[in-house]
Design a protein around this ligand. Structure first.
Ligand SMILES: Cc1ncc(COP(=O)(O)O)c(C=O)c1O
Length: 409
């Protein structure tokens, strides 16, 4: 049996939506992008959403809008994909890394200690689809001491009066926090629609705007649309609709717009997300949970609590008491049974780029403990029960074979 890690869900509905777009004569940014933005507004209950060509480019645009630059700091978890910190470097600023908690989410007490007068934004990550501890993060951001420390350098920053909370929701479309879409906890939430994500456009991202009063999310939406298209005031679709040919370039915008042919995939998938794709992911996660909870060596990720519900993006299993070498041996053995697993993530301080900049994994003990014992099991809607049981069998067998322990031990 061959079980790939994260194949995209391309069904008849997706093929039809993409074919319609190809046949419509309009393949770059146009009506499908507008439709996907409107579907995101409805799904996440956002005032405005901007489609772009990746999480990375979207987050870069947000930091540009917020005016982050040299001398500024942005707080990120040490345990994430590199893009979360790379966008800070692209802005010319410094990523300040903090450790995580047992649930893989940014540790609020480390966040508090990392705040300085240079902190301009915080990017917590809803790792594996599990929402961060937003109640604590928001409390810290709203504390008078945090606001007193904040040193705004432009009008937008003066208006907010505290660091921007921009969630990395690459994994968490569909997650809930306090019974509402988790994205609503942030000022700005950025989703990834990369090929392996819960909803995909092959490559893509969505910037969800949820800024508090007195910001106008519609005005920020217009800024983001212009600045995701070279700072140009009119896109070619509007021109094709008969609007004047005359346009202006009003800023040094990025060129990161999403094409309609990609948006079409997302439109088809998002339509069936709540009723079909997300419940199927949940079923897989629950089967893993049920299958592993009886083993004392298996540390299982949180899926649901009285406050939060996961988006079941991946299943990060940690195995108690093993070394990094044993973890790698377990992965090799699982893979001999045709099951593709992964490790999410190598903590940023262990990657050459960040190590050479002086970050050290010794400063992030929980991140290292998680990484060295973590194996990511696949979750996707197409996984059948038989395949899920095969994954479980492969994991349990590999644990015993590598550690020499009884699975029941
Ligand atoms: C946590 C996290 N953040 C950001 C990204 C970057 O997303 P994209 O590939 O859409 O730029 C990823 C992608 O895997 C991710 O896992």
């Amino acid at each position: 049996m061959k079980i790939p890690f994260a194949p995209p869900m391309i069904d008849e509905a997706v093929i039809k939506e993409v074919t319609d777009t190809l046949e419509s004569g309009w393949i770059t940014s146009g009506p499908k992008v507008r439709q996907l933005e409107s579907m995101f507004n409805d799904f996440v209950q956002l005032p405005a959403s901007v489609c772009v060509n990746s999480w990375t480019s979207g987050a870069q645009l947000v930091l540009k809008w917020w005016g982050v630059g040299p001398g500024d700091e942005v707080i990120v978890p040490a345990y994430t994909y590199a893009a979360t910190a790379l966008v800070v470097l692209h802005a010319g600023a410094t990523p300040v890394m903090v450790d995580i908690n047992e649930d893989f989410a940014m540790d609020p007490s480390s966040l508090r200690k990392a705040l300085t007068p240079r902190t301009k934004a915080i990017i917590p990550v809803d790792f594996a689809g599990w929402p961060c501890d937003y109640a604590s993060i928001r409390n810290i951001l709203l504390e008078p001491a945090t606001q007193a420390l904040f040193t705004p350098t432009n009008q937008l920053q003066r208006t907010l009066g505290r660091p921007l909370l921009m969630t990395d929701a690459a994994h968490s479309l569909g997650a809930l926090y306090e019974d509402r879409p988790a994205g609503l906890q942030a000022d700005i939430v950025v989703y990834s629609l990369h090929a392996v994500k819960n909803i995909t456009t092959a490559e893509g991202g969505v910037i969800g705007l949820n800024l508090p009063e007195p910001f106008s999310n519609q005005e920020v939406y217009r800024w983001m649309k212009i600045n995701s298209l070279n700072g140009q005031t009119r896109d070619s679709f509007e021109r094709a609709q008969g609007k004047s040919w005359r346009y202006d370039i009003v800023s040094d915008g990025l060129k990161i717009n999403m094409p309609d042919v990609c948006a079409a995939i997302g439109v088809a998938q998002l339509r069936g997300y709540d009723n079909m794709l997300l419940p199927r992911r949940r079923r897989v996660a629950e089967r893993y949970y049920e299958g592993l909870k009886k083993y004392s060596w298996a540390q299982l990720p949180p899926l649901q609590s009285s406050v939060a519900q996961s988006a079941y993006h991946i299943f990060p299993l940690c195995i108690k008491g093993i070394t990094e070498v044993q973890r790698d041996e377990i992965i090799d053995r699982i893979e001999t049974r045709g099951v593709s697993v992964n490790v999410h993530f190598i903590p940023l301080p262990m990657l050459s780029l960040f190590r050479e900049k002086g970050y050290s994994i010794e400063d992030y003990p929980v991140s290292y403990a998680k990484f060295s014992t973590e194996i990511t099991l696949p979750i996707y809607p197409q996984l059948s029960d038989v395949e899920v049981y095969h994954v479980l069998f492969a994991v349990i067998e590999a644990y015993s074979a590598v550690t020499g322990n009884e699975a029941w031990g």
